[in-house]
Design a protein around this ligand. Structure first.
Ligand code: HEC
Length: 310
């Protein structure tokens, strides 16, 4: 063996330092091991989020519904028109309290248009002690209109949600701040005609979504007796081929009948029925295989069902 191919017994460090490529070859394995160890350590210690293991949480917007307050509807009491022409001291006192809670932030406690929110408003809130510059006007009816509709494009919003009597009492309080135009019978008649104050205002009942869903479910549950008459009608239907289709492609007979019973009076229901059956057979009570039926057969099936339920 010649000198060149002989393995070195001992590594000559001095020679190695002089030859960078040899040095690299010697150090390289240590680096590989070092990187591996550090890399494995790093990956093992990644947290759930970095590894994307935490399932994303989607909030269904339907879950964040805020229910309305349950309220029995009725007629907002018709008001006695005499409170417009002859306000009692009590009424004006109530008006003052309501003014302070609802209006003074802008109009100021004394109605001088200098409430804490006033500096930010352009145009500024009205000074009720001044006669000039009113948009709607200072007559009783004009102020009523301002409260009903607000002044569009300004900070003055509508207060139509305040009960009529409260609004009237506030207006009377405002009228004590300066000399306002008088109120004659014609004015009152006009106001009554416009807003039907002496008729009262009908407000609908409020129920929660859950209550509404329960009610709908209740209304749509057909009694056993009704269902049976429907099934009997189907079985004795003249076109037995279509009856066969019904038996073959329906997975939930009760569901099919209930949905039809509920919806058949919807305009253009035939098309709705057919597209629903094709798009979501299971939800409509049919087997998925029904989607292979021709439109003509679906149409026959529909005609039979509609005869049965109507
Ligand atoms: C957020 C501030 C704000 C609040 C609260 C507010 N107003 Fe006003 N109001 C205004 C502003 C601004 C104007 C001036 C509108 C304009 O220049 O036409 C105004 C104008 C008015 C006018 C005069 C309308 C006209 O014809 O010029 C009346 C009357 C009035 N408010 C009554 C009330 C009453 C009553 C309340 C409480 C129930 C109330 N406002 C609450 C900001 C407010």
């Amino acid at each position: 063996m010649d000198e060149k191919n002989k393995f070195e017994d001992e590594i000559d460090l001095k020679a190695v330092i002089k030859s960078p490529s040899r040095m690299f070859g010697l150090i390289f394995p240590y680096y590989v091991v070092l990187f591996l160890v550090v890399g494995i350590y790093f990956i093992k210690h990644l947290n759930e989020t970095s590894l994307n293991r935490v399932p994303p949480h989607y909030t269904d917007s339907l879950d964040i519904n805020v229910n309305v307050e349950v309220k029995k509807g009725g007629v907002m009491p018709a008001i006695d028109l005499s409170i417009i022409s002859n306000p009692t001291a009590d009424l004006i006192e109530t008006g003052k309290k309501l003014f302070v809670t609802n209006c003074s932030s802008c109009h100021g406690n004394e109605g001088k248009g200098d409430g804490p929110a006033a500096p930010a408003l352009n145009p500024p809130p009205r000074n009720f002690h001044k006669v000039d510059g009113w948009t709607n006007g200072r007559e009783f009816n004009s102020i009523y209109k301002t409260l009903e509709k607000g002044v569009p494009g300004t900070g003055m919003i509508a207060y139509e949600y305040l009960p009529v009597e409260d609004r009237i009492s506030i207006i009377h309080y405002i009228r004590t701040m300066a000399d306002y135009p008088g109120i004659d019978d014609k004015t009152i008649a006009e106001l009554d005609k416009t807003y039907e104050l002496s008729k009262g205002i009908v407000t609908p009942s409020n129920i929660t979504i859950e209550m509404a869903e329960e009610k709908i479910a209740e209304e749509n549950t057909l009694s056993e007796k009704v269902l049976n008459t429907y099934f009997n009608k189907i079985n004795s239907y003249s076109d037995q081929n279509t009856v066969e289709l019904f038996n073959k492609y329906v997975s939930d007979k009760q569901k099919v009948i209930s949905i039809l019973h509920r919806d058949y009076s919807t305009p253009d229901y035939k098309n709705i029925f057919i597209s629903r059956v094709i798009l979501s057979p299971l939800e409509s009570g049919f087997k998925p295989s029904i989607t292979t039926l021709s439109k003509e057969k679906l149409s026959k099936l529909y005609d039979m069902l509609i005869k049965v339920v109507s």
